[in-house]
Write a protein that binds this ligand. Structure first.
Ligand code: 13P
Length: 256
């Protein structure tokens, strides 16, 4: 019922125009026949225009890794959603844990960005997730509840349905330590329960929830087979066309 979505978050690891061209030229013919999975690549800002040029008329969409919530003004170093939209960006990753932890983005700021992205019709992918100490202290659900309360504050039903949620436990990001399918599914079910209580059950079942954190070709299928995991947000393994292709295929197989 929900179309899986695979996002490749290149972070600051790859993104010269030459690297972007090399990767996308390889990926494009490989994913040509995939119609049951939404594919989004999020390179750094400097590679967005090259990437958009390369994927024109294909089934790959290009996302930004961040944006500001104002369209214009004295905000040195920030990027306007208007500029992103103008060049053809259709997705934006918001509130990634690296933005929250290193650059101190708060839930309130992410909420402002989310509302702006929705108003500008840029598809938001919003990240939430707990630290290792929080999991070990048995606080995962409390943290997730709090992040959802604040990050998705004052959204309408129509808006939450258009929002992709990425559950990315911070201890699993870039560590090689993936959450087990059961651990991930438990939190995805919990997220859906929260959405059902905030909106209604039907709405909660329409929201796509991705898992993120050390997804690899070897563990993708077992994660995506879980009922409430609607694809993934992939870091390291999205840098090479072959590994990303295997992950996209794993999501595609769950739709058959
Ligand atoms: P890794 O796949 O490298 O663990 O990164 C996950 C992530 O942060 C995607 O946004």
């Amino acid at each position: 019922m929900r179309k899986p979505i695979i996002g490749g978050n290149w972070k600051m690891n790859r993104g010269t125009p030459a690297e972007t061209k090399e990767m996308l030229k390889k990926l494009l013919p490989l994913v040509k026949k995939i119609t049951n999975v939404d594919i989004v690549i999020a390179p750094p800002f400097t590679a967005l225009i090259s990437a958009i040029d390369l994927v024109k008329k294909s089934n790959i969409r290009i996302g930004a890794q961040n944006m500001y919530f104002e369209e214009k003004g004295a905000f040195t170093g920030e990027v306007s959603p208007k500029f992103l939209k103008d060049i053809g960006v259709t997705y934006v990753i918001l509130g990634h844990s690296e933005r929250r932890n290193i650059f101190k983005e708060s839930d309130e700021l992410v909420n402002q960005k989310l509302k702006k992205a929705l108003a500008m019709k840029i598809n938001p992918i919003v990240c939430i997730g707990e630290h290792l100490e929080e999991r070990e202290a048995g606080k995962t659900k409390e943290i997730i509840q709090n992040q959802i309360d604040k990050t998705f504050k004052d959204l309408t039903k129509e808006e939450i349905i258009k929002t992709v949620i990425a559950y990315e436990p911070i201890w699993a990001i870039g560590t090689g330590k993936t959450a087990t399918p059961e651990q991930a599914e438990e939190i995805h079910v919990f997220i859906r329960e929260i959405l059902a209580s905030k909106f209604d059950k039907q709405t909660s079942e329409l929201v796509r929830i991705q898992y993120g954190g050390s997804i690899k070709p070897t563990n993708a299928k077992e994660l995506f087979e879980k009922e409430n995991i609607d694809g993934g947000l992939v870091g390291g393994a999205s840098l090479e066309a072959d590994s990303l292709l295997d992950i996209i295929k794993a999501a595609d197989e769950t739709t058959i």
